[in-house]
Design a protein around this ligand. Structure first.
Ligand code: VG1
Ligand code: CO
Length: 543
């Protein structure tokens, strides 16, 4: 086997976004595109000679081929060991766990997460660090810088390795270990939750629907829910990962997980429903007839975590991304927990968890997780809910009513305007930036602006500063609107508008969120002019 150096030239636009580099699959399949980015990653982290890397992805189109290429590149770059999920499968939280469990130096995750998959859809590559978490901005910037000056990449001149058979072989000088992608993760879940209590719940006839959306959580959910916890076979639907996710858009929200929503809102709905995304780090939870907003879910988990064996000693602290509602802040305040507000993206939680400052984190975008790994974790969140429902012996509806009665309710919704012309979206936000300073004390739709700013974050652990993380307009009385552009899209610009209003109760806790937020939606329109400027009649997706 010979190692070849391939001369190459920089490719434009290989800039990692909120969560790794995401592009159209066809772009990733262009000659040298994947290779350039992977070599730039290896170079930017000081090379991988003698290092151990974890590798896997969500099973989407091009993943297995990309994994084979990366194995040959890692071997040519002198890696000591590669730990690869069978068939190049690993959910994002499982990859994070493996990096930590095996003491690996890092890992590569092949996924575009909640973006659709297939030859005409999206692909992505993300580098995770030795702590199991997504690379921080300092590293992703170094990777991007390297992509702009790269002159060669290294790859073994060999046949593609067999990633389908579990076991250890050699690839050049590198040990290639193909492992069962599910078992280590399932064992970890068993160490956190009260599986005995959960088994009893299923034995007593509790009914659940888990929609894996033809993406990576299928095998994990079948193993954990059906095999280990004894939920009836068929509890997990769309359980086989498919390269194009069976045409589904594996984004667990009411719009894209509509099959689950229809079942859960219909008569004879199961007691509990959940869905996950392409790479298994997101979750949506639903009760019979009730949708739980992700921000509320985070707050409920914070308020009840001590009921779960893995968190019986209590939480160290909590964190949420800035656009996530302040529901969890209210829980933290009452429970005497520190609460951190970070920019969007899981990479900002890693330092807080490593420093022992927080054990529970979440984002409004259907992401919740804890310090058991360094990624958000869809199935973990589902098991948290199950365990809490089992201990409290309540329905989801009862848990939510109890929560709102105790803490008040942060009505919340996110409106997404997708695939806008990039220049138009940027101009709209540039104009908003220009008038941010003038908004204070002005009244829009009866709401008076208390303050407005562009969010900037200073990491309390390493002092790193991240600027330009979204616009915040706060109104008197605790309502607010936040605007930012997505960093995970692959087509034009996606504008995200985050809306929030607090109701202390006891009255007014049962409104439809869109009705409760109507004045804020109008105020946002008056200030920013989204519909007027984009000529859209409304958002593409409402969560
Ligand atoms: C979105 C979400 C963000 C999440 C990110 C990655 O980013 O808003 O909260 O961390 O996706 O999630 P953006 O920049 O498009 O708003 V995943 O499950 O796609 O890795
Ligand atoms: Co994801």
């Amino acid at each position: 086997m010979t190692m070849t150096r391939h001369a190459t030239t920089p490719i434009d636009g290989q800039k990692p976004g909120t969560s790794g580099l995401r592009k159209k699959t066809k772009v990733f399949m262009e000659p040298g595109y994947l290779e350039n980015f992977v070599q730039a990653t290896f170079d930017a982290i000081g090379g991988i000679a003698g290092k151990t890397l974890v590798l896997g992805g969500d099973g989407r189109y091009f993943g297995a081929q990309a994994a084979a290429t990366i194995c040959k590149m890692a071997a040519a770059n002198g890696a000591a060991r590669l730990i690869v999920g069978q068939g190049a499968w690993l959910s994002t939280p499982a990859a994070s766990h493996l990096i930590r469990k095996r003491g690996a130096d890092g890992g590569l995750i092949l996924s575009a997460s909640h973006n659709p998959g297939g030859p005409d859809a999206d692909f992505g590559v993300k580098y995770n660090m030795a702590n199991g978490g997504p690379a921080p901005e300092s590293v992703t910037s170094a990777i991007y810088a390297r992509t702009q000056e790269i002159t060669e990449y290294h790859i073994l001149d060999a046949a593609d390795p067999d990633l389908q058979s579990v076991g250890e072989t050699r690839l050049g000088e590198t040990a290639l270990e193909v492992i069962d992608p599910v078992s280590d993760y399932a064992d970890m879940m068993e160490s956190i939750f009260d599986f005995k209590a959960l088994k009893t719940v299923f034995q007593s006839g509790f009914r659940m629907r888990m929609d894996s959306m033809c993406a990576i959580t299928g095998p994990y959910a079948v193993e954990i829910l059906e095999r280990r916890l004894g939920a009836p076979s068929g509890t997990v639907s769309h359980e086989t990962p498919l390269p194009d996710f069976g045409g589904m858009h594996p984004d667990p929200n009411p719009t894209w997980a509509h099959e689950l929503m229809t079942e859960m809102m219909g008569s004879g709905a199961p007691d509990f429903g959940a869905a996950s995304d392409g790479d298994g780090d997101r979750n949506m939870v639903v009760g019979a007839g009730i949708y739980v907003s992700p921000s509320d879910s985070l707050a409920v988990l914070a308020a009840n975590a001590h009921l779960v064996p893995g968190y019986s000693a209590g939480l160290k602290g909590v964190a949420r991304s800035m656009p996530t509602s302040a529901a969890v802040d209210r829980v933290a305040a009452e429970m005497g927990l520190d609460c951190y507000e970070t920019p969007t993206g899981w990479k900002f939680f890693g330092n807080l968890m490593d420093a022992g400052r927080v054990s529970l984190c979440g984002e409004e975008s259907f992401g919740t997780g804890s310090d058991h790994v360094r990624e958000k974790d869809g199935l973990w969140a589902v098991l948290m809910w199950l365990n809490i429902l089992a201990v409290r012996k309540m329905s989801v509806t009862e848990v939510m009513a109890d929560h709102w009665a105790r803490f008040g309710r942060n009505y919340y919704s996110r409106h997404d305007y997708e695939a806008l012309p990039t220049e138009q979206a940027e101009a709209m936000l540039a104009d908003l930036r220009g008038k941010l300073g003038t908004l204070k004390s002005q009244t829009f739709e009866g709401l008076t602006v208390e303050s407005s700013d562009e969010f900037s974050y200073e990491d309390p652990v390493d002092g790193a500063i991240s600027k330009g993380q979204g616009f915040r307009i706060l109104f008197e009385g605790g309502s607010r609107v936040v605007l930012r552009l997505s960093g995970t899209g692959t087509e034009g610009a996606t504008l995200r508008v985050y809306l929030e209003r607090y109701a202390a109760g006891p009255d007014g806790l049962d409104l439809d969120p869109q009705d409760a937020l109507a004045p804020i939606i109008l105020a946002a329109e008056e200030i920013v002019g989204i519909r007027a400027r984009t000529e859209r009649i409304g958002p593409d997706v409402i969560t």
